[in-house]
Design a protein around this ligand. Sequence first.
Ligand code: PFF
Length: 438
Amino acid sequence: MKGKKDVYTASLGLIGSAIGLGNLWRFPYMVGKNGGGAFLIVYLCFVVLLGAPLMIGEFILGRSSHASIVGAFKSFTPGKPWYLTGGLGVLTSSLILGFYGLVGGWSLKFFYLSSTNAFINKNSSEMGEIFIKFIASPVDPIFWQILFMVITALVLISKIEGSVEKITKIMMPMLFLIIIVLCMKALVLPEIGKGMVFFLKPDFSRITAGGIQAAMGQAFFSLSIGMGVLITYGSFMKSDENLFISALHVIGTDTIVAFLIGVIVFPVAFTYGIDPGSGPGLIFTTLSSLFNEIPGGYGLGVMFFLLLFLAALTTAISLLESVVTCLNNQCKLPRDISVLIATVLITGLGSLTSLSLGVWRETNIFYILDYITVDIFLPVIAMLTSFYIGHVLELKVIQEEMTNNGVQFKHAKILQQMLKFVCPVIIGAVLLIGLVLN
Ligand code: PFF
């Protein structure tokens, strides 16, 4: 019984790290921007074809090396430059936090606004204006971003990370519950038909090479692939934990959450006349419009934005942790100093990112940072890691890691070939086509 419980908690921590702004904020905005249903189908194909083998591969690398990102590469190929792949993963985590922390701050601000009833009697276009005015302001979003990053850093310094697991345990069922309630509300909206057609009916003429590249990046981002977080989780996993089942839990939950958010956002957008391609404000403007119109909207709004903030926080903690662990282990800096340095630098970057949505609009830092990290760095790291695991790890190691309670895993060879050839070739091809044709 105890074994079962341990497996459950390990998966839960992982699920807490995987489910975050990627599902709740970025997924609907990407679907909206890239043509709806066709993007969804391509995204799902990448989740199955690349996400599953890569997630299992990162678990295997972590558990067999008992090391986190940089150390895992060093332990199998000492003295070779492969560890730089791990280094690039840590750099990517820091850069991603540069905009993740900012959007985390937006969720805090919206939690504050909804709890002070600031949206009352506002229609959807006024809501859109509130959002645009807020993100373009030179001070307000930076203040909320700093607050978000300070909370994240305090969790790491105060060693209450064990409590994060407890928060996740309460947060996840509540998030599911509120998503189900909002789905039921969305399903009776007048423009449900238009919303569902946009989200579910693929029109492949609307997706570009850049859209396919974006779908691949979104799959990696949402499943936390390519940043070493999964390698680190793998290193903590017990030898009797079934890696295949753990990956299935994480991928299944992550995908269901993203899908249900789409079921909510698009009917709301069409009903209240919000452009589904309106960009990073989509989740904020659609949902605050919905909360304004439905009975019980005040309580649902406060709850939703609180959960959005907590989901962002649990993920930001794992991102910052991987940067801090790297500074701590590789640069031999004390942990508290590592937290301080990482937080100050990342918050500085986040502030520049924020200004690029207002007074420094011409620099486009927000969109460039998002594109470079999610659509280029993550796929490149995923491609290298995939090839590395398939190439360097002996078949025997993969076989052993995938064998549970004496039940032999019969497809180790296929998994190895997938990681060695199939995944890197697909990733490389999508990247190339996206970069050339975009
Ligand atoms: N998967 C997270 C999300 O969907 O919000 C984002 C993320 C977390 C990406 C951790 C990468 C990572 F290492």
